[in-house]
Design a protein around this ligand. Structure first.
Ligand SMILES: *Cc1c(COP(=O)(O)O)cnc(C)c1O
Length: 307
């Protein structure tokens, strides 16, 4: 199986934190694995075990052309000796962007479908078609959120993390947020920061909590204010913040998830949202493979990934 590197909580030192009486540490999941970093390591771990147990040879999953999930599945499959198939939303464009080029280099078979077909991808007919095309496979849903994924994201928080009063995490599909809710200590407050535009995420999280029989023991809240226009959008203040954060703390963020989350936390600290004496742990969920793709797509430079 995939082996995890030890994960550290890195405390930040800054006059604003001192002024507001706040401790802020970053949980560096971006270091948990060289090729399958971030929350995707946790979301895939038990899926990979399950696929092995079911004696599957092939993993099949879905994603957009810049998806961290596609990238992670391709690398995990290669390391563990699975064949992998990525069903990609939209048309093939050449040259391949860095995400898809890396996935292909790991042996992932890329299969493109239209956006309208993509919306049908969870119907029984569509899955039957895939079986006819590709034979037997282990299916990992888009974004990777299923029961096994939650089982994995429940392992992100460790016992020592009970010292924190607040845990902050970015939300895409919400699988990571729900795993953290399940494993948090009752005195902790869990703050999810949605990277997507819109209020639908509240309903979405309710659905996940029901589906995975979760009755949170902790307080939680979801902020929908720091999406910066939604998934594939960016705005200059966010890019400037990512550079400032890198130059100040030496930590690289991505513009889709972690950049928005930390921007949001920093803003909430400025606005006195967190009481004096709060100890905040922000989860760095990785996603840095996407930075190269972001630059490829927009021409906008982001901090270098080598450390
Ligand atoms: C996929 C991803 C997320 C979103 O995780 P969900 O479990 O879908 O909410 C957050 N951050 C990064 C860096 C990701 O790659």
């Amino acid at each position: 199986m995939l082996d995890a590197n030890p994960v550290i909580n890195q405390p930040l030192d800054h006059p604003l934190l001192e002024e507001k009486g706040i401790e802020l540490s970053i949980k560096r999941l971006d270091w948990v694995h060289e090729f399958v970093p971030g929350n995707k390591f946790y979301k895939l771990f038990f899926n990979l075990l399950q696929a092995k147990q079911e004696k599957k040879n092939t993993l099949l999953t879905f994603g957009g052309a810049y998806s961290n999930h596609i990238h992670a599945v391709a690398h995990a499959a290669h390391l563990l000796g699975f064949h992998s198939i990525g069903i990609i939303r939209g048309e093939e464009t050449l040259p391949l962007n860095p995400t898809l080029a890396a996935a292909k280099a790991q042996g992932m078979e890329l299969h493109y479908i239209s956006r309208s077909q993509y919306r049908e991808k969870t119907t029984p007919e569509f899955l039957e078609n895939l079986k006819t095309l590709f034979g037997d496979f282990y299916l990992i849903p888009e974004g990777g959120t299923n029961r096994e994924a939650i089982q994995g994201t429940e392992k992100i928080l460790e016992e020592e993390d009970a010292i924190y009063s607040h845990i902050c995490v970015s939300i895409g599909t919400g699988g990571t947020f729900v795993g953290i809710l399940k494993s948090a200590s009752p005195h902790q407050e869990i703050v999810g920061l949605s990277s997507l535009k819109g209020n639908f995420i509240h309903r979405e999280i309710e659905t996940l909590l029901e589906k995975f029989e979760t009755e949170p023991k902790t307080h939680f809240s979801i902020s929908t204010e720091y999406h910066f226009g939604g998934y594939a959008n960016y705005q200059q203040p966010l890019i400037d913040f990512i550079w400032w954060f890198f130059e100040t703390f030496g930590i690289v963020l991505d513009p889709i998830y972690t950049g928005k989350m930390i921007f949001g936390i920093w803003d909430l600290i400025k606005k006195n949202h967190f009481p004096r004496g709060s100890k905040i742990l922000a989860i760095h969920t990785g996603g840095l493979q996407g930075n190269e793709g972001f630059t490829f797509q927009t021409g906008i430079k982001l901090p270098p990934l080598s450390r």
